[in-house]
Design a protein around this ligand. Structure first.
Ligand SMILES: Nc1ncnc2c1ncn2[C@@H]1O[C@H](COP(=O)(O)OP(=O)(O)OP(=O)(O)O)[C@@H](O)[C@H]1O
Ligand SMILES: [Mg+2]
Length: 286
């Protein structure tokens, strides 16, 4: 699904956090949004879903596929834009947009089993029999590389990487057309990060879905996306092919993000050989 954000502003009271962001994602394209902590990445992700706190004021236009999520009034300058009705947003969130967040421990309900967590979006948005639902959940566990005996486990019984596999399974079970991944690997060690990014990329590509991948780490971004936008203090300061920005960053904030990624990559490469053997020893289920 194609997504377009145009002249997005987000403010809390008199304080503007996002200052006129333009961003487009083509149908089936994986695009990155990278920026330091506090630059406004999650605000933009939440704007896309209509999930900002009530006190936030927005203006701008957002479309997903052919649905206008957020529309500016067009006449009065500075007027707050309006979201589509709650029913349209809920349908979109439940069926067509999948979200994967940073901290799977907090995002997953601790009292639910893996089967319940992964199956919940189907309960809410699809009219399936129990047998059909269980079959779909089992097939999804296979796809994300989790063993079938994970079905009856609860999140605390899984490793961090396995928990994020559950998060990905729950996000993708409805076959969404657009995935928002907000720092999906930040809470994981570097070996598990690679496995999870590669898994997400292959599932998104197999489904022909598009993705917005949010991170502060260029090393992760270059694995996940071909094209990206660099956000700093609520403004896009640079955009282009991820490999080009990594090789020749122009803007100051991009240069800083690239140099910190180099340090991390060097550190990761030192344990790189071990990492690959661990990946295969665990059958990819890190
Ligand atoms: N409810 C709120 N009221 C006022 N300001 C807020 C609110 N929520 C977030 N902010 C501010 O908005 C700015 C952007 O926050 P945001 O969470 O989008 O950053 P981020 O780029 O996602 O950072 P991180 O990498 O740490 O997740 C921050 O300066 C934050 O303090
Ligand atoms: Mg964030």
């Amino acid at each position: 699904m194609a997504v377009s954000i145009s002249d997005l502003h987000v403010a809390f009271g008199a304080k503007e956090i996002v200052h006129g962001v333009d961003l487009t994602i083509g149908d089936g394209e994986r695009v990155g949004l990278i920026g330091p902590s506090g630059s406004g990445k999650s605000m933009i992700a939440k704007s896309l879903l209509g999930l900002l706190p009530r006190e936030a004021r927005l203006s701008g236009d957002i479309t997903m596929g052919d649905v206008a999520i957020l529309s500016s009034d067009g006449d009065a300058r500075g007027a707050t834009s309006a979201y589509a009705d709650e029913r349209t947003l809920a349908d979109l969130r439940g069926r067509y947009v999948g979200t994967v967040f940073q901290n799977p421990t907090r995002a997953l309900n601790p009292v639910m089993t893996v089967a319940q967590i992964v199956g919940l979006p189907l309960v809410l948005h699809y009219d399936l029999t129990l047998t059909e639902r269980v079959e779909r959940v089992k097939a999804m566990l296979d796809k994300v590389g989790l063993p079938q005996d994970a079905l009856l486990k609860r999140p605390h019984e899984l490793s961090g990487g396995q928990r994020q596999r559950v998060g990905i399974a729950a996000a993708l079970i409805t076959s969404p057309r657009f995935i928002i991944a907000d720092e999906p690997t930040t809470a994981l060690d570097s070996i598990t990060q690679r496995a999870i990014v590669d898994l997400l990329v292959s599932l998104v590509d197999d489904a022909g879905a598009s993705m917005l991948f949010i991170t502060h780490d260029f090393a992760v971004l270059s694995r996940a996306t071909m094209r990206c936008y660099v956000l700093d203090k609520g403004r896009i300061v640079e955009s282009g092919h991820t490999a080009d920005l990594l090789a020749a960053p122009q803007a100051g904030p991009t240069r800083e993000l690239v140099s910190s990624a180099r340090v991390l990559t060097l550190r990761a490469e030192r344990v790189g050989a071990d990492a690959d053997s661990i990946d295969s020893a665990e059958g990819g289920a890190a």
